[in-house]
Design a protein around this ligand. Structure first.
Ligand code: SF4
Length: 183
């Protein structure tokens, strides 16, 4: 029987927990590559901790993974002036945009038909922003945006359960120093 060729999707993952759940959902329909680009993470130690967990799930699910540049100082310049905004506000909008912009550009450069992100798994993320940013970038870069609010249908709970099952590290703050202040 002839194998059906799947579309290639570059999936931005914010952490291994969300990445494990979404990649399990999407790998049925897409030829997936994970893309870890998260310069928002406040320290090199925390970055390494999250990166090591992503290496684990990529090996576990036999998925290719790309790690892009980690430059937190550049990220701080990106959100400059919005540091004190509350979570889900203007700082987060710029943060999602910086990560999705890089993902869409990488998808275009590397010949993927689609790009997407796990960001919408979390109830702390604003799906409306993610959708708007993704659709704009899709137009700019001529790559399709895979748009899904993964927290729906118990997505967040299922993701948390899968993380527990796999023994993955689950951080208790989003990533930047401003979100860490709230814990
Ligand atoms: S709280 Fe999370 S999404 Fe918002 S700016 Fe910080 S790292 Fe980015």
């Amino acid at each position: 029987m002839q194998e059906i060729k799947k579309n290639k999707l570059l999936l931005h993952i914010c952490c291994a927990g969300c990445g494990a759940f979404v990649s399990q959902l999407l790998s049925k329909d897409f030829d997936l590559t994970l893309y870890f680009f998260n310069p928002n993470i406040e320290s090199a130690n925390e970055y390494k901790r999250r990166k090591d967990e992503v290496i684990r799930i990529a090996a576990l699910f036999n998925l290719p993974v790309i790690f892009d540049n980690y430059d937190h100082d550049e990220w701080l310049r990106t959100i400059s002036g919005k540091e004190n905004e509350p979570e889900k506000g203007a700082r987060c909008y710029l943060c999602y945009k910086s990560r999705l912009k890089k993902t869409s550009e990488a998808a275009k450069k590397l010949g993927f038909s689609h790009f997407g992100t796990t960001l919408s798994v979390s109830p702390h993320k604003v799906y409306k922003y993610i959708k708007e940013i993704g659709e704009n970038l899709a137009q700019e870069n001529s790559v399709l945006f895979f748009d899904q609010d993964f927290k729906k249908e118990n997505g967040f709970l299922l993701s948390a359960n899968l993380s527990k099952e796999l023994g993955l590290y689950r951080q208790n703050y989003c990533g930047c120093e401003f979100s860490k202040k709230n814990i």
